[in-house]
Design a protein around this ligand. Structure first.
Ligand SMILES: NC(=O)C1=CN([C@@H]2O[C@H](COP(=O)(O)OP(=O)(O)OC[C@H]3O[C@@H](n4cnc5c(N)ncnc54)[C@H](OP(=O)(O)O)[C@@H]3O)[C@@H](O)[C@H]2O)[C@@H](O)CC1
Ligand SMILES: Nc1ncnc2c1ncn2[C@@H]1O[C@H](COP(=O)(O)OP(=O)(O)O)[C@@H](O)[C@H]1O
Length: 272
């Protein structure tokens, strides 16, 4: 049985890139995002919001028109024209069974660029086409589907199934739950457990995807140099997400928009 090391706030603080005087919006990192659908436009809004609150140079949103309209209404900072990106966030709020042809084509183009890629929800079935360093973010039900197990089997031993997933898929697996297990094909094994159970609410995973997408877009060099970097960034995203949830909660319920609003102050605390 592999040993998972616990990711602390101090570890997370060391994996947040702070802009320097020479930076511009391109050097900080550009994230391309193909998420959301006519059925689930809210997932696109939450992922974009979360990425922008985590900090990055630019976000290009290239999802379906209905979702794009909502994203722009909420975040006019978003760029909706195609162009160069350093990383991709794909799949949140999409259903593989009803994917429209334009979104399918945009996912395909993204997956073939060989860039660091975060794959969530409806794009999980496309993982084999991903040409770059890849991290997938399934919940128990989604991992069970991918590795052909039952949800009960995964729930009974999530650490072991995260490892099995990483071995079977050959990519880094971030398995979401009360404790989040991150396993990479190179043997990196990390667990993050900072979230209150109030976080078990719709849209929480979409926000995690955005936080992770921003961290991946701003750490291109580290990811190219180190096969365990994506796992460490995944665990960092999970710690930021969990601590922002705690801050939004203050012991009670909260909305995912509240969690996202708490992300900048959470990051500032981690950097102190
Ligand atoms: N505002 C928006 O636009 C939102 C949009 N969203 C988007 O909706 C899409 C569908 O996502 P989804 O997770 O609801 O369904 P899906 O992947 O088909 O699950 C399959 C089965 O797995 C199980 N299961 C589910 N969750 C589990 C868990 N945490 N832990 C363990 N098991 C779990 C459960 O099986 P059961 O327990 O019923 O046997 C379920 O039936 C997706 O694209 C997402 O991004 C949401 O993010 C919400 C906000
Ligand atoms: N009981 C729990 N305690 C703490 N965090 C949880 C709990 N259940 C789920 N989470 C977190 O909430 C998020 C749920 O993600 P996901 O299932 O993809 O939801 P959605 O698709 O609705 O966004 C994950 O980040 C997971 O780690």
């Amino acid at each position: 049985m592999s040993t998972f090391s616990e990711w602390t706030p101090a570890d997370a603080g060391r994996h947040i890139r702070v802009p320097v005087a020479d930076d511009d919006k391109y050097s900080r990192g550009v994230l391309g995002v193909v998420t959301g659908s006519a059925e689930y436009p809210g997932a696109a809004v939450l992922g974009v919001e979360a990425a922008l609150h985590t900090g990055l140079g630019m976000l290009r949103y290239l999802g379906p028109a209905r979702a794009s309209d909502f994203v722009l209404q909420r975040r006019p900072e978003t760029v909706t024209a195609p162009g160069r990106v350093q990383a991709w966030l794909l799949g949140s709020g999409q259903d593989a069974a009803v994917r429209d042809p334009e979104t399918a084509s945009r996912l395909d183009v993204a997956l073939h660029q060989g860039l660091p890629t975060v794959i969530d929800a409806g794009a999980l079935d496309l993982v084999e086409r991903s040409g770059g360093p890849t991290i997938v973010t399934p919940h128990f039900g989604e991992l069970a589907r991918i590795v052909d197990a039952s949800k009960e089997q995964v729930a009974a031993n999530p650490a072991a199934w995260a490892v099995r997933g990483a071995e079977a898929l050959g990519v880094t697996v971030l398995l979401k739950g009360h404790s989040t297990y991150v396993a990479a094909p190179d043997g990196t094994r990390i667990v993050a457990a900072s979230a209150p159970a109030w976080l078990a609410t719709a849209g929480a995973g979409d926000a995690l995807g955005g936080i992770l997408g921003a961290l991946v877009a701003t750490h291109g060099d580290d990811i190219a140099a180190d096969s365990g970097a994506l796992a460490r960034l995944g665990a960092t995203a999970s710690v930021i997400h969990g601590l922002a949830a705690k801050r939004a909660s203050a012991g009670g319920p909260f909305t995912i928009v509240d969690l996202i609003r708490a992300v900048p102050a959470t990051i500032a605390d981690l950097l102190r």
